[in-house]
Design a protein around this ligand. Structure first.
Ligand code: GTP
Ligand code: MG
Length: 171
């Protein structure tokens, strides 16, 4: 059969932006309306077929965005090959926070690490605080992939993961 590729990536960003729900939507097609903050770290695996036809076994580490877990989260950055950096389009502060998470990630991650910036909660159109072009601009400056998504409405979730996993395996 096709060769198997193993890839480990990490979910990062401020608490409450929807990291865990993006992951559960991707891995199990589940969404949780209740706000249950991640405590520590959770790992999920998912096997996908990339657009190239290659089979990719992904191992996705979901970090806790809460300040008290920050050093624990950072301890998983060393040697990482990719990250899903999440902010919430209805929360401007979460975009500023994404800059800080990115800086920490870059200190420890692999030099060729691939990062996708995800503007989550795009279903909440009337509460939007961050325009699409601001995300596009940030991603361009920092050389990140970019997508807006909704874990709730299943918009662009699979695409986000496939883009980052596909790009890592290209390197
Ligand atoms: P920490 O684990 O504390 O770092 O937070 P997190 O980034 O994992 O956020 P989580 O996935 O727990 O989501 C926080 C809250 O936002 C929950 O109440 C979710 O139901 C809600 N949420 C997540 N994604 C979306 C989305 O796409 N749209 C809407 N409307 N709500 C969302
Ligand atoms: Mg979480």
């Amino acid at each position: 059969g096709s060769p198997h590729i193993m890839v480990r990536i990490i979910m990062i960003g401020e608490s409450g932006v929807g990291k865990s729900n993006l992951l559960t939507r991707f891995a199990r097609d589940e969404f949780h309306i209740d706000n249950k903050s991640t405590l520590g770290m959770e790992m999920t695996t998912k096997t996908i077929t990339l657009p190239t036809g290659e089979i990719c076994q992904s191992q996705i580490w979901d970090t806790a965005g809460q300040e008290r877990f920050k050093s624990l989260a950072i301890s998983y950055f060393r040697g990482a090959k990719g990250a899903v950096l999440v902010y919430d389009v209805t929360n401007r502060h979460s975009l500023e926070s994404a800059r800080e998470w990115l800086a920490e990630f870059r200190k420890y991650a692999d030099v060729d690490a691939v990062v996708i910036l995800v503007g989550n909660k795009c279903d909440l159109t009337s509460n939007r605080e961050v325009e699409t072009r601001e995300g596009v601009e940030f991603a361009k400056q920092e050389k990140l992939l970019f997508i807006e998504a909704s874990a709730k409405d299943s918009i662009n979730v699979e695409q986000a993961f496939i883009e980052v996993l596909g790009r890592i395996t290209d390197n």
